[in-house]
Design a protein around this ligand. Structure first.
Ligand SMILES: O=C(O)CCC(=O)C(=O)O
Ligand SMILES: [Fe+2]
Length: 526
């Protein structure tokens, strides 16, 4: 599980270097082995020439007779042993032994990386062809993908039952293959996947065409022959229906059965988020403006002192992002030294974010939140407690019932789909909920800039907050009466380029009874 946090992927670069070295050694050894064999060959050849010129005379010499026998027995054994010395499997064994300190990714990691890429493709509407050219958002910052690279993306999608992306990537693989001289994937392999997924996408006519292409290469392809019959029958049935319907219906609607015009259907997984909010989420991630200009016009920036003497000298910069519910951004509230310390403490303990089965206590990795996180206690480092205290000073809330600092690192494509931080009725987010009440507010530190993507967005409000190192977002999750405010639904957009580090304090209801109304008086009506 290495691709869910960028911090953990950095090690893979040195893994690759080690693999390169292993491969170099292996090739060297194979080359010297071949050199020895070539030596034997030359000797055998030259002696043979001498002997074959006149075998009788040659063998009349007792030494020659002896040497011939020797060459065909003992010498030949040597040759055989050099030939069959298994340098290859030694090499593989060596790598397997190194596997633990080398940390090779697994097939699951490959699937995760492929899914991350297709997620980015959807959220940011990235064109498959441009991606295959190595372009992300118009910038060329990677080498081109080969037909094989595209094929693998298609295959991973296929294995996930995602026929939409299978079609996109297999088509790309097919067109790449035409211009490649050094082919590592075959046209028939691509066509097999492409035809079937095209059928699964509802385009029977195209599936039939592709399967026929496949049969041109492999005429007795068992499965393809079966599929062809099935597709042909389906098309005949469709045609009959079309004729019948056309006879009844207005003939001007002739377009409706044009199978080849069928658009590809995304296998949209919205994790139970209503469709319109999911749309907003993706739009906000892409940087589309959704906030009502009237609301935006009323938002202000100001300095906060909260009657904390320290803040009289250096007030905190506050930027309103929404008023009801109150959602604000504070600037320059965590400093580089603190960020570095927090990252350093958290890094070795980062674990894939999971949900806990409340009955068995088992941790289950989830698809809706792809990142790695660790919790830091205040007593672990004076800078951790300092940062927690600062949150208390700025918000005016009591931090003794807050959760430990959660530090989170996202990998490429890492995300957290729209969710609520508070527990719904009957739900418990942690054992402490019962004692400390619900998560009244969320404080989210941004501990890195993110090159592209990775915004925190509120689809019901139309607000996007773009990570800025040193800033923090803060909002109330609950109405003053303790009920959850559904409009605080928020998400972490997939990271497109860069590494995203955040850390957050979840502040609980207990002990805030007297603090909240006077803390920031304008939010009491929230
Ligand atoms: O990373 C983000 O932008 C938001 C994270 C979040 O919502 C959470 O951890 O609950
Ligand atoms: Fe959250």
């Amino acid at each position: 599980d290495m691709v869910t946090a960028l911090a953990d992927m950095e090690g893979l670069v040195s893994t690759e270097l080690q693999l390169v070295k292993h491969l170099e050694n292996y090739i060297q050894e194979e080359e010297s082995r071949l050199k020895r064999l070539k030596g034997f060959l030359e000797e055998y050849e030259s002696i043979y020439q001498e002997a074959s010129a006149d075998p009788t005379t040659y063998l009349a010499n007792p030494l020659n007779a002896y040497l011939l026998v020797k060459r065909l027995t003992s010498d030949w054994k040597k040759v055989k042993s050099v030939i069959s010395r298994n340098v290859g499997s030694d090499f593989v064994k060596n790598i397997t032994q190194h596997k633990n300190d080398m940390r090779l990714p697994t097939d699951e990691d490959l699937n995760g990386a492929a899914v991350a890429l297709t997620r980015l493709q959807d959220t940011y509407q990235l064109d498959t062809h441009a991606l295959a050219e190595g372009k992300v958002l118009g910038k060329k910052n990677s080498r081109q993908l080969t037909a094989d690279d595209c094929w693998e993306l298609g295959r991973q999608s296929y294995n996930n039952g995602d026929h939409y992306h299978t079609v996109l990537w297999m088509s790309e693989a097919l067109s790449k293959l035409e211009n490649e001289s050094n082919k590592t994937v075959s046209r028939q392999d691509i066509l097999g996947y492409l035809a079937f997924s095209t059928y699964k996408q509802g385009n029977v006519k195209e599936a039939l065409h592709l399967t026929r292409e496949l049969l041109k290469i492999v005429p007795y392809h068992h499965q393809a022959l079966g599929n062809i019959r099935h597709y042909e029958r389906l098309l005949r049935e469709q045609e009959t229906t079309r004729k019948q319907t056309a006879a009844i219906d207005d003939v001007t609607t002739g377009e409706r059965f044009n199978a080849t015009n069928l658009k590809l259907e995304k296998t949209l997984k919205t994790f139970g988020v209503p469709n319109d909010l999911w749309d907003n989420y993706e739009k906000l991630c892409r940087g589309e403006k959704l906030l009502d200009p009237n609301i935006e016009g009323r938002l202000r920036c100001r300095y906060v002192t909260n009657n904390v003497p320290f803040f009289f000298i250096q007030p905190v910069k506050l930027e309103e992002a929404f008023l009801k519910p109150l959602l604000v951004i504070y600037h320059d509230v965590i400093f580089d030294e603190e960020i570095e310390t927090v990252k350093k403490l958290a890094h070795p303990r980062l674990k894939r974010t999971t949900v806990q089965n409340m009955e068995t206590g088992e941790s289950i990795p989830v698809k809706y939140r792809i990142s790695k996180a660790a919790f830091l206690r205040d007593d672990e480092h004076h800078l951790v407690s300092k940062v927690s205290r600062r949150v208390g000073y700025i918000t005016g809330l009591d931090m003794t019932t807050a959760e430990d600092l959660q530090v989170c690192n996202y990998g490429i494509g890492g995300h957290y789909v729209p969710h609520f931080d508070y527990a719904k009725k009957g739900e418990v987010h942690g054992p402490r909920d019962l004692e400390w009440g619900n998560r009244i507010a969320t404080w989210l530190f941004y501990m890195s800039d993110v090159e592209a993507g990775g915004a925190t967005v509120f689809p019901s409000l139309g607000v996007a907050i773009w990570p800025r190192k040193g800033s923090a977002a803060f909002w109330y999750n609950l109405y003053p009466n303790g009920e959850g405010n559904e409009n605080t639904r928020h998400a972490a957009c997939p990271v497109l380029t860069g590494s995203k580090w955040v850390s957050n304090k979840w502040i609980h209801e207990r002990n805030q009874e007297l603090r909240r109304p006077c803390a920031l008086n304008y939010n009491s009506e929230m």
